[in-house]
Design a protein. Structure first.
Ligand code: SF4
Length: 314
């Protein structure tokens, strides 16, 4: 699953297909990446090859405009670093960086810096696979392997995957849950990978695709049912791409903790809510029964609201 350029807010822009036939019509704009041999054999419309660096440099018949070139970043025995100078003259390349090293992120970062120093400025995609088992373990792995790199400004795309065993373990674990969190033909793994990729891109401000919520952890000072209220607010605002809403349990510490939120919903007394625009109080001590509606009004007054039906369909 690769997210590189935009076709829709939370849909992958390219899919990787490894020796499989596509049994459905691809959504308009979605493009395919296939292993080089498969690409060379079939030359499907809207398909591009993925090819290792050594093979790419030796191959005469590559795609005229776009090739995804796999670069192994300093894994034991890899000679890719010695070959990267030859990329400087190429015009049709996206680099897909990965490493088998235990500290893969550091190795990939080292390669990014080496490319910078050599003025090789092809777009970079980070390729990360996970062999962990649970959703939380995968999440931590993907976030630590790629997140730090985006925060430093490296990278144009994200390509997340799981080993075969991890796919199967993930599906089994999901089946044991009473209500599945992720559902698709691969036991939920692809939906999970897609969500995780967009969450990492959003958290690092690389690509904004959804509403962002900041919520306090709640404590003895919390003045309303935090989880229930957060869910209520999410239900009515989750289509507002790029808006940051804070939901804080009390006015003692809430405003200080809601950082750079665009709007704040803060408990200011039993059954009372104060609404903020940035750090400024705009509606004080309103009844909690109407506070969510008032929040929507506030969003409207500040041109931060669109009707759910006005969202572009994917
Ligand atoms: S914002 Fe208030 S209610 Fe929430 S955790 Fe902080 S002190 Fe507790």
């Amino acid at each position: 699953m690769l997210n590189l350029w935009r076709i829709a807010d939370a849909a992958a822009d390219y899919i990787f297909i490894d020796n499989q036939k596509i049994a459905f019509t691809l959504p308009k704009g979605l493009q395919i990446i296939t292993p080089y041999n498969q690409w060379a054999e079939n030359k499907l419309e809207n398909s591009f090859p993925v090819i290792c660096l050594k093979h790419f440099l030796a191959e005469k018949h590559v795609h005229p405009s776009l090739n995804f070139v796999l670069v192994d970043c300093y894994s034991k025995g890899s000679k890719d670093y010695e070959l990267i100078d030859q990329l400087s003259e190429k015009k049709n390349v996206v680099l897909c960086l990965s490493s088998h090293n235990t500290n893969a992120m550091q190795s990939v970062r080292r390669m990014c810096i080496a490319l910078q120093k050599k003025n090789i400025s092809h777009p970079i995609v980070f390729v990360t696979n996970s062999n962990w088992q649970t959703a939380d373990e995968h999440l931590i792995h993907f976030a630590t392997e790629t997140g730090a790199l985006y925060l430093e400004g490296f990278g144009y795309g994200i390509w997340l995957g799981m080993s075969e065993q991890a796919y199967s373990d993930f599906s089994k674990a999901e089946n044991h849950l009473s209500g599945r969190q992720y559902a698709d033909s691969n036991g939920g793994a692809e939906t999970f990978l897609n969500n995780t990729a967009f969450s990492i891109l959003q958290a690092t401000r690389t690509r904004i695709s959804k509403t962002e919520y900041i919520s306090c952890p709640s404590c003895g000072r919390t003045l309303f049912e935090l989880q229930e209220t957060t869910q209520k607010i999410r239900t009515v605002t989750s289509h507002l791409k790029g808006v940051k809403i804070a939901i804080m349990g009390c006015i003692v510490n809430g405003p200080g903790e809601m950082a750079d939120a665009d709007f704040g919903y803060v408990g200011s007394g039993p059954g009372k809510i104060t609404l903020y625009k940035g750090k400024e109080v705009v509606k004080r001590n309103i009844d909690s029964a109407v506070a969510v509606d008032e929040l929507i009004n506030l969003l409207k007054e500040n041109n931060a609201w669109v009707e759910p039906s006005a969202q572009p369909t994917e």
